[in-house]
Design a protein around this ligand. Structure first.
Ligand SMILES: Cc1cc2nc3c(=O)[nH]c(=O)nc-3n(C[C@H](O)[C@H](O)[C@H](O)COP(=O)(O)OP(=O)(O)OC[C@H]3O[C@@H](n4cnc5c(N)ncnc54)[C@H](O)[C@@H]3O)c2cc1C
Length: 313
């Protein structure tokens, strides 16, 4: 069974990179219906509205426009403009929401400098508005340049954080090297198809790595600018992190549990009601195909949701 799941995961992750399949699926009604489980709508307004509702439940948000690997400079600039508008809307509406961005969505494939210019515009505006921008971590071919751009931005402003993936062999060393910068870190397991020379593949080992890194982050809170974000739906990890923090008298607002919209929603509310600082990542936009395939790969049982939507009238 584990082997079958592994193969299915690899197939889904390979499919996530197919522009042909993306075109085929994008307009299929049953796929669109299944996707709505993971995003409140395709436009930014739906995401802002969802963030407002979360705020009434004591849950913080982080908004991200779906899309990656843009191949045209004008598209990267348009994405930046969209994000600037969203930052303004967040400020006007006083929503406790931050931004999370993918560097290939901001033109990284077109050149480091093109992407750096977009990112710098965003983090500076967020800084002026008292907001915060997280940088997602994409597949391993981008790890070096992502960390490099994070360092460059961090030297300009404090309000920028980066995601680290526990499955990468290199991550403990990356974390150690980032610490002198007083960084802000979101820790996740990792969502891409990586070879074993680059990443741990056993689920158990990834979780062990995750806990080692979480301990490192919790033991060194004063060396970080923003409370570390533990991005996981794995309640065993969440419970461990909370117990570890309690055992060291770390206040509940000194770290965040971050989850995705539509996944473990009841746990999100329960944790927030229990005093835990919870932040939900809300996606929006039309380019959801690759992202949605990664969500299916994380839990192949989600394929039944697609199958059910196929059968619905
Ligand atoms: C806020 C946030 C930001 C992220 N940013 C990045 C990033 O920048 N780069 C990156 O590589 N990855 C990112 N990820 C994804 C992450 O790497 C994992 O792929 C994802 O979180 C699944 O791992 P898990 O820790 O939730 O544990 P898992 O062991 O995969 O899941 C634990 C349980 O959570 C539930 N669950 C998990 N995923 C799903 C799903 N898709 N559908 C339904 N139920 C599910 C299931 O009940 C499952 O048993 C992010 C995740 C979060 C929450």
């Amino acid at each position: 069974m584990v082997a079958v799941m592994g193969v299915l995961r690899r197939v889904l992750l390979r499919a996530s990179r197919s522009p042909w399949l993306a075109r085929q699926m994008r307009n299929r009604r049953f796929v669109r219906r299944a996707v709505t489980r993971f995003l409140p709508g395709e436009d930014a307004e739906s995401a802002l509205k969802a963030a407002q509702i979360f705020a009434t439940q004591g849950i913080l948000s982080v908004l991200t426009e779906l899309g990656e690997n843009v191949a045209d400079r004008a598209d990267a600039e348009a994405v930046t403009r969209d994000y600037l508008k969203v930052l303004d809307r967040i400020t006007e509406q006083r929503i406790p929401a931050q931004l999370s961005v993918k560097l290939t969505h901001l033109g990284l494939d077109l050149g480091r400098d093109i992407c750096a210019a977009q990112l710098s515009t965003l983090v500076k505006r967020a800084d002026a508005l008292g907001n915060f921008v997280w940088i997602d971590m994409e597949s391993s071919e981008y790890t070096d340049v992502t960390l490099d751009l994070f360092r460059e931005m961090r030297r300009q402003v404090p309000n920028v954080g980066v995601c680290l993936q526990a499955y990468l062999h290199r991550t403990p060393r990356d974390l150690e090297q980032l610490m002198p910068l007083k960084p802000s870190i979101r820790l996740v397991k990792g969502a891409y198809n990586e070879p074993k020379e680059i990443a741990v593949s056993s689920k158990r080992k990834v979780s062990e790595r995750y806990l080692d890194l979480a301990r490192e982050l919790l033991d060194n809170l004063s060396s970080q600018y923003h409370p570390p974000g533990f991005g996981t739906h794995d309640m065993r990890l969440v419970n461990w992190i909370r117990a570890y923090a309690r055992g060291r008298s770390i206040a509940a607002d000194c770290y965040e549990v971050q989850m995705l919209y539509g996944i473990r929603s009841e746990d999100q509310r329960r944790l927030a009601a229990d005093g835990c600082r919870v932040r939900v990542l809300i996606s929006y936009g039309t380019a959801w195909f690759a992202w949605y395939m990664r969500r299916l790969a994380e839990r192949p049982a989600n394929i039944w949701t697609v199958a059910r939507s196929m059968m619905a009238p």
